[in-house]
Design a protein around this ligand. Structure first.
Ligand code: UDP
Ligand code: MG
Length: 358
């Protein structure tokens, strides 16, 4: 079994309407590069016919590998599952919703050939995003940059090319709280940026809302720095100092002028202030404790329901694992001029016409 030069890894959650167009564009671009490649599609527990569409594409082009996760694990873990199953000398991560234009891949490859281990695609502008999302993203990168020691480049997503040694390094990090942008930066190796324009989604809707983005930001900060814990300590010290000054002043005033007021407001102020400081401190300790809790369980990151590698020896693998094949519910692919597919039911093998040669 020959290993491909390039592995394109694309996680997909409810992307049945984007996938055929995604495959068309990726294969058109990759075929121009003139090297062996595979497309590793990860079905992250989609609730639509994404898996069936993947299987249809696989029937047409054996260079597709399918990793079907046992449920939805989220994009970060789905990406990791894809990296685990990618065999290429260089791995290209790309979203399946066509927001990352596959036409940028040759530029990433060119930079890789010049010797860079990581070539990340950096957004020139954020099209189709509200100003609020742009502003919060900018603020997040600024905070991250200040609070942590790893340099996470701004306006970059997962769209990137990584050499085999970077992928292998990345895969050694099996932590559950996977803030991928931080992990990419943490492993290091020579890297450079390629500028591109991010497109609006081809179909469907983003799985990310503001609450998810907020959690994502929290993940990013707490996975890479313990600064909030230290901040809690400083806050506690500052509040303590303020309280000492306040009480000293109160004492002096009581000694000199007696106690004309019952003291209810000052009491309340102190109680509330200290209460809030304690809650903040406890909260940030809880954040880290929760992470320790999740990591010490040492659970596997994900489970694969079915893996179909990108080669011809598919039936053997499937039978060996005694997995059933669900019926295909997917609508026909949108391109009628696809290569013909001949399915030999008896042998359970799929013969494929030359890809793109239909
Ligand atoms: N995705 C995934 N699992 C999820 C959510 C998203 O694999 O739980 C995939 C999704 O199919 C897409 C990519 O991750 O290919 C980016 O997701 P999305 O477009 O929702 O995020 P955004 O582009 O808004 O950051
Ligand atoms: Mg998207």
């Amino acid at each position: 079994m020959s290993t491909p030069v390039f592995s394109i890894v694309a996680p997909a959650y409810n992307e049945s309407s984007s996938l055929p167009a995604f495959y068309d564009r990726v294969s058109a671009v990759m075929d121009q590069l003139g090297e062996a490649w595979e497309l590793v599609l990860i079905n992250d527990g989609s609730r639509d016919s994404t898996l069936a569409v993947m299987q249809q594409l696989k029937a047409v082009d054996q260079r597709i590998a399918i990793v079907n996760l046992s449920r939805n694990f989220g994009k970060e873990i789905a990406t990791t599952a894809g990296l685990d199953h990618a065999r290429g000398a260089a791995v290209i991560l790309i979203d399946a919703d066509l927001q990352d234009p596959p036409e940028v891949i040759p530029e990433l490859v060119a930079a890789w050939r010049r010797g860079y281990d990581t070539v990340y695609a950096q957004r020139r502008q954020r099209q189709g995003e509200t100003w609020l999302k742009r502003a919060t993203a900018a603020a997040f990168y600024r905070v991250l940059q200040r609070a942590t020691s790893v340099a996470v480049p701004a306006d970059t997503g997962d769209f990137r090319l990584m050499s085999r040694r970077v992928v292998d390094a990345l895969l050694e990090l099996r932590e559950h709280h996977r803030f991928m942008k931080g992990l990419y930066a943490w492993v290091g190796f020579p890297s450079c940026a390629v500028l591109y324009d991010r497109h609006p989604r081809y179909a469907g809707s983003s799985a990310f809302n503001y609450w998810k983005l907020w959690n994502f930001a929290l993940e990013g900060i707490t996975s890479f720095t313990t600064a909030p814990l230290r901040f809690a300590t400083y806050l506690g010290l500052a509040v303590g100092f303020g309280a000492a000054v306040f009480l000293a002043q109160l004492l002096v005033r009581t000694v000199l002028f007696g106690n004309p007021v019952p003291g209810y407001p000052s009491l309340m102020a102190v109680v509330l202030f200290l209460g809030s400081a304690q809650l903040i401190t406890l909260g940030s300790i809880g954040e880290y404790l929760g992470r320790v809790f999740n990591e010490v369980k040492r659970r596997p990151l994900y489970f694969v329901e079915r893996y179909v590698p990108s080669s011809a020896d598919v039936p053997e693998f499937t039978l060996e694992h005694n997995l059933h094949t669900p019926p295909l519910h997917a609508p026909p692919l949108h391109t009628p001029d696809r290569a013909p597919v001949f399915v030999d039911q008896a042998a359970e093998t799929t013969t494929v016409g030359a890809p793109g040669g239909g």
